[in-house]
Design a protein around this ligand. Structure first.
Ligand code: COA
Length: 153
């Protein structure tokens, strides 16, 4: 099990975006723009960063609608992967989900994204279905779902 005791969890704010943008660009073929992040964090306060030594090492962007959480974006700095950062972010999210009595978590993931699919499978997400040609390059998305459990706190 990775040691994540040196990580801290904080709300993603405009001050973090200079660290977030390079991670976003190296992580995705269709990265969110600076404006997309800015607009989102102004509207919703449901995005978080994992920090180590005052630097952002990963982030998680979610949208909360009624009792459902939608994971819109999650990425970890390429030199910080396989050290438990995404797991730390998901654990912190589920802890909050229990505290706020949320029921379900949904996400989409590229069919070819084996690392993310392995992460979500480990967290007990199940495949609900496929959104055909969901991404700009025509790739399908898998829709995944997991119930929030009282034991997630
Ligand atoms: C997917 C991603 C967020 C995982 O972040 P991470 O911090 O490396 O994940 P963790 O260290 O918490 O991994 C937890 C578990 O997930 C699985 N996993 C993560 N990366 C994996 C990989 N490359 N191959 C196989 N399994 C992997 C493993 O079960 C891992 O546990 P282990 O390291 O003990 O074997 C990261 O690879 C990333 O930023 N990718 C690019 C952006 C992206 O694809 N985001 C998801 C969009 S849906």
């Amino acid at each position: 099990m990775a040691d994540t005791t040196d990580l801290s969890f904080a709300e993603l704010t405009a001050d973090h975006l200079h660290d977030v943008l390079p991670i976003e660009r190296e992580s995705f073929k269709d990265p969110w723009s600076l404006a997309s992040f800015r607009n989102f964090i102004v509207l919703y306060r449901t995005s978080w960063v994992a920090m180590r030594d005052n630097r952002v090492v990963g982030y998680l962007v979610t949208q909360w609608v009624l009792d459902e959480i939608h994971i819109l974006n999650v990425a970890v700095h390429k030199f910080e992967r396989r050290k438990g950062v995404a797991s730390f972010l998901l654990d912190s999210l589920f802890e909050r989900a229990v505290a706020h009595k949320m029921a379900d978590v949904y996400l989409e993931v590229r069919e070819s994204n084996e690392s993310a699919r392995a992460l979500y499978a480990r967290y007990g997400f199940a495949e609900l279905g496929i959104r055909k040609s969901y991404y700009h390059d025509g790739e399908d998305a898998l829709v995944m779902h997991r119930r929030v459990r009282k034991s997630d706190r």
